[in-house]
Design a protein around this ligand. Structure first.
Ligand code: SF4
Ligand code: SF4
Length: 138
């Protein structure tokens, strides 16, 4: 399949936003594949972690936006530990989830005052932290 890559596409808003939220520079990646080779979730992914980075380098926003890999990523940081260039793909996956959720519902965010004191005492801390990271407005 022929893929046309333009400057506008490579410097598109979506890619810039992923870079901004994740704080990662995709262009440090030289596609060695160490991240994908060590990822424990890779069997359930439709794009390998290294492919996600490559698609972002090429500005292929639609392919990345619709991949299920971001939801399967366990945020285990194995990719970061194995990357010779220090690229943290878990942060990239997190940025993709944040942007996708905002796209689905721009008003989706948590207001902690909506929860009762009783619920806040019982709620698992990790669930609250995860929710904040996905739903708080930037
Ligand atoms: S390990 Fe790092 S340099 Fe290698 S493909 Fe993955 S992100 Fe790119
Ligand atoms: S953080 Fe996500 S992409 Fe990276 S190795 Fe773990 S599961 Fe795979």
């Amino acid at each position: 399949m022929k893929t046309v890559v333009s400057r506008d596409q490579v410097q598109g808003d979506f890619v810039k936003k992923v870079a901004e939220i994740s704080g990662e520079n995709f262009f440090n990646c030289y596609q060695c594949g160490n991240c994908s080779a060590g990822c424990p979730s890779v069997n359930e992914m439709d794009l390998l972690p290294s492919q996600v980075v490559r698609y972002l380098q090429l500005g292929l926003a639609d392919e990345v936006k619709n991949c299920k890999s971001m939801w399967v990523c366990a945020a285990c940081l194995m990719c970061h530990a194995r990357c010779p260039k220090g690229v943290d793909i878990s942060k990239i996956m997190e940025a993709l989830r944040v942007l996708r959720l905002r796209e689905v519902d721009a008003e989706a965010y948590i207001d902690v005052t909506d929860f009762s004191d009783d619920y806040l005492e019982r709620a698992p801390q990790i669930a609250m932290i995860s929710g904040y990271r996905k739903f708080l407005p930037l």
